[in-house]
Ligand binder design. Structure first.
Ligand code: AMP
Ligand code: MG
Length: 400
């Protein structure tokens, strides 16, 4: 069987699924989700011409003054009723509405007040509209503010709030069932007998998925017995995605493929042109998509980054579900690529990237010290130190 390029496997995987149904969530819980519809402004921002400084609202044509002081405008107050007469100035504070016909703000540092007489002490505002935030200069009611498919973070939440929204349309959070196969796996905190190891993949995947806002269904640690793996698949009802780790190559104890078929699912067995993480299974069981990742923790992380997270983002409504690829300068020379794309564990500092580990695909320590993958495409030419490389940047274990 020829090897499947990563990009083709990603395209095939995403083509199997569609974004989940739309629901409306409060802004306070929308973080990490994706807008399901374009965001449209429900109000003008600013709502009136506002002062950007503390000072005096004036007619620019009245410069260089002096002015007669006629009242005050504060943030939170209603706009002053009367228009500003020529030769007068109104005390005004940042965020307060301008009186009608005022067209500039004389900042308080450039003025002095004696009784109701204001005189210029500095240069004064350099033009009409200076130190004024015009009504609707940020956005006008009805304006398109964000496209559907955009990830919602702190700044998008602020924009939604200011534009008059209380909830946002998002896709239902994907429900992801996680199961780990392997007789050697022991739950966290349990005593280890010889031959046993603590299970780390399930909790790693759960941490990655939590960053994505996915709902997690823990199916637990499943021994390498066909009936046990079949039973685990049956208990994944209601999941949108079932992800397993381990048992993904064609060895004696590799039961995931026969189990999903026995449970009534379908399966493709893919050999990806990828290092680490060659074997990958993709299929379906009932309404759920199935993804079988390798057991090796680093391979599991790489394949979760390249396949599981994009699938979760796709179901969640992301318009760009695949990891973005940055171009960075490498601190170390890189040998030519081979028949499989390589994802080297790497560390990015100040725009330069260095390799943390490129060989041992099972080592968790360098993985935990990396914040990026250097991507070495199939047959990539050698790169000298200082040359450019492609990289996927990671934050909290997920791509940015
Ligand atoms: P497998 O794909 O089942 O052949 O597993 C490959 C390697 O990954 C073996 O050394 C396993 O012990 C290890 N491994 C499998 N599953 C896990 C897991 N859930 N957590 C940590 N290591 C695992
Ligand atoms: Mg195993």
């Amino acid at each position: 069987m020829s090897l499947l390029p990563v990009e083709e496997a990603q395209a095939r995987l995403l083509a199997r699924s569609a974004p989940l149904p739309i629901e409306h969530v409060p802004l306070s819980t929308a973080r990490g989700r994706y807008l399901a519809e374009p965001l449209v402004a429900l109000r003008d921002q600013p709502w009136a011409d506002l002062s950007a400084m503390d000072g005096y609202a004036i007619h620019h044509a009245d410069l260089p003054g002096p002015w007669r002081l006629v009242g005050e405008s504060r943030a939170g107050g209603v706009p002053p009723g009367d228009s500003l007469e020529p030769g007068t100035a109104m005390r005004i504070f940042t965020g307060a509405p301008l009186p009608a016909e005022a067209d500039a703000i004389l900042v308080q540092e450039e003025a002095s007040a004696e009784g109701d007489r204001i005189t210029l002490t500095g240069e004064g505002p350099g033009g009409v509209g200076r130190n004024v935030r015009r009504r609707a200069s940020d956005f006008a009611s009805g304006a398109a503010l964000l496209d559907a498919g955009v990830r919602i973070g702190a700044t998008q939440i602020a924009l939604a709030a200011m534009s008059g929204h209380v909830t946002l349309p998002v896709r239902r959070a994907p429900r992801v069932a996680i199961l780990s196969t392997g007789d050697e796996l022991v739950p966290l905190g349990a005593p280890l007998r010889p031959g046993q190891i603590p299970a780390s993949n399930d909790i790693m995947l759960a941490a990655m998925l939590a960053e994505e806002g996915a709902e997690i269904i823990e199916l637990g640690l499943i021994p390498d017995r066909l009936d046990a793996v079949i039973h685990a698949f049956h208990s994944a009802a209601g999941a949108d995605i079932i992800v397993s780790t381990g048992g993904a190559s064609v060895g004696d104890h590799d039961l995931v493929a026969p189990a999903i078929q026995a449970a009534g699912g379908t399966l493709d067995f893919w050999k990806i042109a990828l290092r680490p993480g060659k074997p990958l299974m993709a299929g379906s069981l009932g309404d759920a998509l199935f993804l079988g990742l390798p057991g090796n923790p680093v391979s599991a992380f790489v394949t979760a980054t390249l396949f599981l997270l994009p699938l979760v983002r796709h179901l969640g409504g992301a318009s760009a579900p695949l990891p973005p690829v940055a171009t960075l300068s490498t601190d170390v020379a890189l040998r030519p690529g081979g028949q499989r794309a390589e994802y080297l564990r790497a560390l990015v500092r100040e725009g330069r990237v260095t390799v943390v580990a490129d060989r041992d695909s099972a080592a968790l320590r360098p993985l935990a010290h990396s914040n990026a993958f250097i991507v070495r495409p199939i047959d990539a030419p050698a790169v000298e130190a200082g040359g450019s490389v492609k990289a996927i940047l990671l934050e909290n274990g997920c791509f940015a």
